[in-house]
Design a protein around this ligand. Structure first.
Ligand code: GLU
Ligand code: ZN
Length: 523
């Protein structure tokens, strides 16, 4: 930037731009304009629960108001952003079924939607803010800033940037440059209290001493989040910003910057409403962190959570559909969603509750749909081929109803139904199940083998009647002792889907082979 592009005297933003309140009053029509919200993650690390909650609330808000959801990628931090992370984000949001109307993958009227491709826009806006006096060059070195911050702290004064370079003269700047100093571009805060009505928290005020002038562009010309996020919100016509409470402290700065952007004609100049979603707390009453294992969204997919189950739970992190109601689907959420009813208090993340809600959604699935959703999990465990052979598909359709009411996640099907899909050569009885048996269980298996060899009606009811007669009535055993060894023989585990139905599905040959094998193992 050259000095000739600067005004002789910097214009204080307070007089250059109308106050946020003034703008709000001046543009009443904007309040009725179509809702446009955005979801704008930075592609770092693995997608996490907090991010999905933010995406969900924005999505529900957009859909409720028949507005648009803009998906924007904030990838200006070259050191931390990764393409892999971006792919995971798109992937996991797609899995959750959250759709957006504009974004890097589908384009839109404000493309590109990846900030790394918008650098020339930011350079231009930064230059215009500078020219208009809304931003100024700051030559302070990090050491000088540290020293003055320390001194202010010791003196019990606010320790933010002290405005040192706000009113440098042409000569001051020349001198600084001659010393080899390279300036950052700093935003000139308007110097008055900033008050806004948070959609979740109500009216909030920030006194100027708590919101000092802040850096927009680094000395190496790299624009920061502080600049690019509000610039894109303005350019993309965003009407409502819904995001986590951790970003609340940036809101007064952004409101001031939006006023300055309106002043220089960047964006439509309509006010943006802000709503800050509550913190999500993890174990031990501390904030759930990206690094907590229960934050990792990919694990939920791997374990076999249903997208609708997980979304239902995420919706409860700050919102509820009704006092006495936990289970709902996304169309009901869209219908009922009201940002004003989001609870500002921290929400507690409770994995047990998340699982219980998922289980409720699993139980509600149509049986055919439920069976289909098990397929990828059984395939991942190599229990089913891809494509699924017709015979196995029929077996799965018959077996799925045996477990649908007992499962928390789809992944449990591998343990529960594995015995049906495993070839006899791969089938193993779990060692802890074998250890629970004694030699006296041998005669139970002998009797079961003899009975099932002879049995004419191999239906679940037929098997049940015959085994009951042979083991409970004739041997005089309690049902638990009578059927336990048989269960272990055919399913390989002490806990399994209902036994007689399992035997029917497994069929006579495989059942007998397994009973004989366990019998032999017991000696
Ligand atoms: N890229 C920012 C983040 O992921 C977006 C914050 C915002 O919503 O303004 O934290
Ligand atoms: Zn300075």
């Amino acid at each position: 930037m050259t000095d000739s592009t600067e005004p002789a005297t910097p214009t204080p933003a307070a007089s250059a731009a109308p106050s946020p309140t003034g703008r709000r009053n001046a543009t009443p029509v904007a309040a009725a304009a179509a809702v446009r919200v955005r979801f704008c993650p930075s592609p770092t690390g693995v997608p996490h629960v907090g991010l999905a909650r933010t995406a969900l609330f924005n999505w529900a808000f957009a859909r409720h108001h028949h507005g648009s959801l803009v998906f924007r990628i904030e990838d200006t931090d070259i050191a931390r952003d990764s393409e892999e992370s971006y792919q995971m984000l798109v992937d996991v949001l797609g899995w959750l079924g959250l759709s957006w109307d504009e974004g890097p993958d589908i384009g839109g009227p404000h493309a590109p939607y990846r900030q790394s491709q918008r650098m020339d826009i930011y350079a231009d806006v930064a230059a215009r803010l500078h020219r208009a006096g809304h931003a100024y060059e700051c030559f302070c070195t990090p050491e000088e800033l540290d020293q003055r911050r320390e001194a202010a702290r010791t003196a019990g004064q606010p320790s933010g940037y002290d405005g040192h370079c706000r009113n440098l003269t042409h000569a001051d700047r020349d001198r600084a440059r001659a010393q080899g100093r390279e300036p950052v571009l700093r935003f000139r805060m308007p110097g008055h209290t900033i008050t806004f009505t948070d959609l979740v928290r109500g009216e909030l005020s920030f006194a100027p001493e708590h919101v000092p002038d802040y850096v927009l562009v680094r000395a190496n010309a790299h624009p920061l989040y502080t600049l690019v996020n509000p610039v894109d919100d303005a350019l993309m016509g965003i009407t409502h910003v819904l995001r986590g409470e951790d970003l609340l402290s940036s809101t007064p700065r952004q409101i001031a910057l939006h006023a300055a952007l309106a002043d220089i004609g960047v964006g439509v100049g309509a006010p943006i409403a802000f709503g800050h979603l509550p913190y999500v707390m993890g174990e031990g009453n501390r904030k759930l962190s990206k690094r907590d294992p229960e934050s990792n969204l990919l694990l939920y997919r791997e374990r076999g959570f249903l997208p609708e189950g997980l979304l239902n739970y995420l919706a409860l992190l700050g919102w509820s559909i009704a006092e006495d109601r936990d289970i709902f689907d996304m169309s009901e959420m869209v219908e009922a969603f009201d940002i004003a009813r989001v609870n500002p208090n921290p929400a507690r993340f409770d994995l047990r509750k998340c699982e219980a809600i998922n289980a409720a959604h699993l139980r509600q699935l149509d049986p055919g749909d439920f069976a289909n959703r098990l397929v990828p999990h059984l395939q991942a465990a190599r229990l089913l081929a891809d494509p699924v052979p017709a015979e196995d598909a029929a077996l799965l359709a018959a077996a799925a109803p045996l477990v649908q009411q007992r499962m928390v996640t789809l992944g449990e099907a591998v343990g529960m139904l594995g015995f049906l899909f495993r070839a006899e050569t791969d089938f193993r009885v779990e060692s802890e199940a074998i250890e629970s048996l004694g030699t006296e269980d041998g005669r139970v298996l002998d009797a079961a083998e003899a009975t099932l060899e002879e049995l004419g009606d191999f239906s679940a009811a037929g098997v049940q009647a015959a085994l009951r007669a042979a083991l409970v009535d004739s041997l005089g055993l309690k049902p638990k002792l009578a059927f336990g060894p048989v269960r272990i023989a055919v399913t390989g585990r002490r806990v399994s889907p209902p036994l007689f139905e399992s035997i029917e599905l497994l069929g006579r040959e495989r059942t007998l082979a397994r009973i004989r094998a366990l019998r032999a193992a017991l000696g």
